[in-house]
Structures are given as structure tokens and as C-alpha cells.
Ligand binder design. Structure first.
Ligand SMILES: *[C@@H]1O[C@H](CO)[C@@H](O)[C@H](O)[C@H]1NC(C)=O
Ligand SMILES: *[C@@H]1O[C@H](CO)[C@@H](O)[C@H](O)[C@H]1NC(C)=O
Length: 367
């Protein structure tokens, strides 16, 4: 009797522990969810600063565009022995073996069959419709990060003037368009980061899927096929994922994982990925830096907007669309923010990319 009571108590403690643990997980993942994204806050930016930023962006848009300049500067940082040449993967012959050396997000080791199935869906994709380098005109890309620094600068109409506009994860438009614009050439995301309700009304939008884990491939296939994600697969996502993306199949792209690998190993100089049972080595680049690398393959000149985590401004806003403070970035364990900031600052200082909003390195701020 006493023994069974003790067992009952143990079981109770165990169940309560599991429930609390799950609650904790839910609470940790909720704020990063970006659910409270419907109305912009009143946010004050001085008119003088706003004018300074807008004039800087105009100078970038109206300056001389140098063909191939961003990729050329990045190439100087990459090993002579081969760099990524193909931003997206297609069913155009067998994939090279080196793509299967590392697991996602750096390669496709262990998921070959799933990738082959996915590529069959992409085989009829509209290759002709590729943003960027298909025309003779020098192409300017802007990667719109989700940084709170965008708020109140009213850069929307200027951002929309770039040739190719790359947006990340669930970065919303709608009421925020005055600050971030309303055109989207590419929305780049992984399942948990993708808006639960599709945001982009631009008929040219491509969805660029990034694979971080095996189940992400099943999700992309389901989205292209307009099928529900299986209940079993849903268990492997750390937060709710969209059940549909209302785009035609030819608007889907699969990011070449070597774009991420090159960003991590060659640009950020992280050590090569090694097997780990649990957690991350802080060697996964943020989507923002990976998007910069992708943009260098698609466009001639790359600009950044809404980039920069200034961790010493703890009260500042992390995102342009919610109320999370900058300090929330300190809690994540996946990315090495210091290393990324150093790389981005160097790229901006040497003129390889331009920083429109000045959060990485402000070339237009009064010193
Ligand atoms: C963006 O807004 C402008 C001005 O309101 C409108 O003319 C244009 O059609 C919109 N474009 C998209 C893609 O929603
Ligand atoms: C970050 O914020 C602090 C405090 O406002 C400021 O002194 C510093 O210059 C900022 N750093 C960057 C890189 O903007």
C-alpha cells in the first residue's frame, strides 16, 4: 500500500513535471511566434533622422549600379576551390554527392529519398521566372530583415523601388507597408517561421523554402501538393506551421543547402558541422545572413534594411511588428550574433553591401 502510494506520487510528480515542461516550451515559443502583429505601435523617430535615412536610400537607388559587385566582393572571402553557383535546386539531373555530406541545414545527408521526391514536384517549375540576373539591366536587391529599426522610418515606397525584394519568415506587410513596402519578390522561410496566413499579395512572389530538418522537406512537398501535413509529421515542429500556402506550384523554390553551408563555413568561418545528439553548436547562420548570400547570387548589388541587433540597447524593439525587446535575442542558442555582426560590419564598411537603415554600420549618421 505504502509502496503503491509512493509510486502514485512519483507518477504524479512525473506527469506534473511533463505538463509544466510542455507549458514552459509553449511559453518560450509563444513570444517568438510573432502573433501580435496586427497593429503598429506608435513609435517615435525624429524627423531629422527619418530624413537622413530616406536621403541615404535615395542615393543608393539613384547611384551607379555596379554589375556583379556584391558577389565579387564575397568571392574574395570564399575559398578558390569552388563556391555555390546555383541558388535553387531543380530536377535537372542527379544531385552531386557533396550535397549529401552534411545533414540539414548544411546539406541533405540522410534525406536523399525525400529530396528526390520533392524535386519531382519542382521539375516543371518556371525556370524562366527567376528574379534578378535574367535581364541585362543591373539588378539591385534589398533583403528586408525584421528589425525594429525599420519602424517609423517610412521607407516603404523606397524599398518597393528595388528590383528584387527579399523578405524573411513572417515579416508582415499590411499596416506595416508604410515602413516596409508591399512588394515581395521572394519570401524565404522554414516551416515554423512561415506566416500561418499568407501575407503577400504581389503576384510575382516566390516562396523559397529552407530545410533545417528532415520533416521540413515533407512539409514543403505537402504545401506544393496542397495536401494537409500528416499528424505524425506535425509532432516534429516546435510551433504551429501553416497548413497551406496559396501559391501555384511553380512559385516554390528549394534553397540549395550549400548557400547556408557557404555562409556558415566560409563567410562566418564556423567550424564544420559535427554530429550532436541534442541542441545546436551556435553554428547555424541566421536567415538574414543566409539571405544576403542568396541575394548575391541573384542580384548585382545587395542592400540590407532592418538589419542589426544592438544588444546593448536592451529596451529597443527586436522586430518591427511586435513588442519583443532586443534582450529576447540573448535567449536563443542557435546563432552567434557577435560573429554575424562583425561580418556584416566589415561587408558594409568595405562597400560590398549597403546598410539602408544603419543598424549594422551607419555611414550616414552624424558622428
Ligand atoms: C502596393 O501599394 C500601392 C499603393 O497603394 C498599390 O498601387 C500597389 O498595387 C500595391 N502593390 C501590391 C503588390 O500590393
Ligand atoms: C548600440 O547602442 C549603444 C547604446 O545606445 C550605442 O552607444 C552604440 O553605438 C550602438 N552600437 C551600434 C553598433 O550601433
Amino acid at each position: 500500500m505504502r509502496l503503491s502510494l509512493r509510486w502514485a506520487a512519483h507518477r504524479y510528480v512525473f506527469v506534473v513535471g511533463v505538463v509544466l515542461g510542455l507549458l514552459g516550451l509553449v511559453m518560450v515559443s509563444l513570444p517568438l511566434n510573432g502573433t501580435r502583429t496586427t497593429k503598429p505601435l506608435n513609435w517615435h523617430v525624429s524627423p531629422a533622422h527619418k530624413k537622413l535615412v530616406q536621403e541615404h536610400v535615395l542615393r543608393v537607388l539613384e547611384g551607379r549600379c555596379r554589375p556583379g559587385s556584391t558577389r565579387q566582393s564575397l568571392l574574395a572571402r570564399l575559398p578558390a576551390s569552388g563556391s555555390v553557383d546555383q541558388p535553387f535546386l531543380w530536377k535537372d539531373g542527379p544531385l552531386p554527392d557533396h550535397l549529401f555530406r552534411d545533414p540539414p541545414p548544411f546539406g541533405f545527408r540522410g534525406v536523399r529519398a525525400k529530396v528526390d521526391d520533392l524535386l519531382k514536384l519542382l521539375e516543371h517549375s518556371d525556370v524562366a521566372h527567376q528574379p534578378g540576373k535574367t535581364s541585362a539591366k543591373c539588378q539591385r536587391c534589398v533583403v528586408v530583415g525584421n528589425g525594429g529599426i525599420l519602424r517609423g522610418l517610412e521607407l516603404g515606397p523606397l524599398i518597393d523601388r528595388f528590383d528584387t525584394i527579399i523578405r524573411l519568415n513572417s515579416g508582415p506587410l499590411g499596416a506595416f507597408s508604410v515602413d516596409v513596402g508591399n512588394r515581395t519578390s521572394i519570401r524565404m522561410s522554414y516551416p515554423e517561421g512561415t506566416p500561418l496566413h499568407w501575407i503577400d499579395t504581389d503576384p510575382h512572389t516566390l516562396f523559397v523554402a529552407v530545410v533545417y530538418k528532415s520533416v521540413d522537406i515533407s512539409w514543403i512537398s505537402a504545401m506544393i501538393n496542397k495536401l494537409a501535413v500528416s499528424l505524425w509529421d506535425r509532432l516534429f515542429f516546435w510551433q504551429k506551421v501553416p497548413q497551406q500556402i496559396p501559391l501555384e506550384p511553380r512559385r516554390f523554390r528549394l534553397l540549395n543547402p550549400h548557400v547556408i553551408r557557404e555562409t556558415a563555413l566560409d563567410l562566418l568561418r564556423y567550424p564544420p558541422p559535427r554530429p550532436r545528439l541534442f541542441g545546436w553548436d551556435k553554428n547555424v547562420p541566421t536567415l538574414g545572413v543566409s539571405a544576403l548570400n542568396l541575394a548575391s547570387l541573384l542580384c548585382d548589388e545587395v542592400s540590407l534594411a532592418g538589419f542589426g541587433y544592438n544588444l546593448s540597447q536592451q529596451g529597443a524593439l527586436l522586430h518591427y511588428y511586435d513588442h519583443l525587446p532586443m534582450s529576447a535575442m540573448l535567449r536563443q542558442k542557435m546563432h552567434n550574433v557577435d560573429r554575424e555582426t562583425e561580418l556584416l560590419q566589415n561587408l558594409v564598411r568595405e562597400g560590398s553591401v549597403t546598410d539602408l537603415t544603419g543598424g549594422v554600420h551607419c555611414s550616414f549618421c552624424p558622428s
